[in-house]
Write a protein that binds this ligand. Sequence first.
Ligand code: C5P
Length: 286
Amino acid sequence: MDKITIEAPAKVNLTLDVIGKRADGYHELETIMHPISLIDKITIEKASSIIVNSNSSLLPNDKSNLAYQAAELFFQKIGKKAGVKIFIEKNIPIGAGLAGGSTNAAAVLLGLNNLYQANLREKELWELACQLGSDVPFCLLNTTALAKGRGELLTPVESRLKLDFLLVKPSFSVVTKDIFSQFNLTKVKLNPDNMAFINAWHNQDIQSLALEMVNVLETVTIEKYPEIGTIKLKMQELGAINAIMSGSGPSVLGLFTNLDKLENAYIYFKKSYPETFRVSSYFRSE
Ligand code: C5P
């Protein structure tokens, strides 16, 4: 086998709480991460050096691409002078709070482990993922999980609960580092209760879990970009049982139980926001 294609789904945060700032500059998080059916496809084939290409003019092909860094780190780890040709079919909006770069990097790690039959264990892949970025460990796992620490300490939340969402990415992007650097714990008025979320999740009680869809980073991003707040309110007006900004933003995710209302909201938002998607929970075996 010289060539393989791997699915790289986007991530959304169904809750996001910041516990405090750490000595290493990162923030201590407690967040429910969830993979959705908005998927990049990563094709990798053996080559003598690392080459990255994509179908998007917005993606860099050099070392600044996290997929490139993942390949470099992988070969360093297995001590092999080898390469790989990576093609990224980009469907996930960039700079959106959807872990697009992280999920590509995770797919490269998984793919190379397979392609080069390196047999790196889960723990070794996780360590490489941690070096690449805070969201990369979740993207390796790709099952709904409670994430703590920087986002790398993951406890899977098992269930086949399939949720339906409308996802809207405004035309602007944000830089995660900037949002975290402006975060001020004293400005937070409402925190998610992750234990209540997990209980509701296990009981398949969508109404109760929707109550906990709270992201404290909205205090920063919505203050800078009130449009995000407007999108959230409009989604709720159009029938979302709740709506939340994903990660550091600016994407907004609306949870719907009525698929007709979801379709109507899709038509409404698609007119003003080209990057509007109907998505649902992702399961790797699908
Ligand atoms: O880990 P990653 O490189 O994706 O994080 C991007 C930036 O987001 C970090 O440099 C840091 O400023 C911020 N961040 C944070 N706390 C986290 C995750 C990210 O402060 N838990």
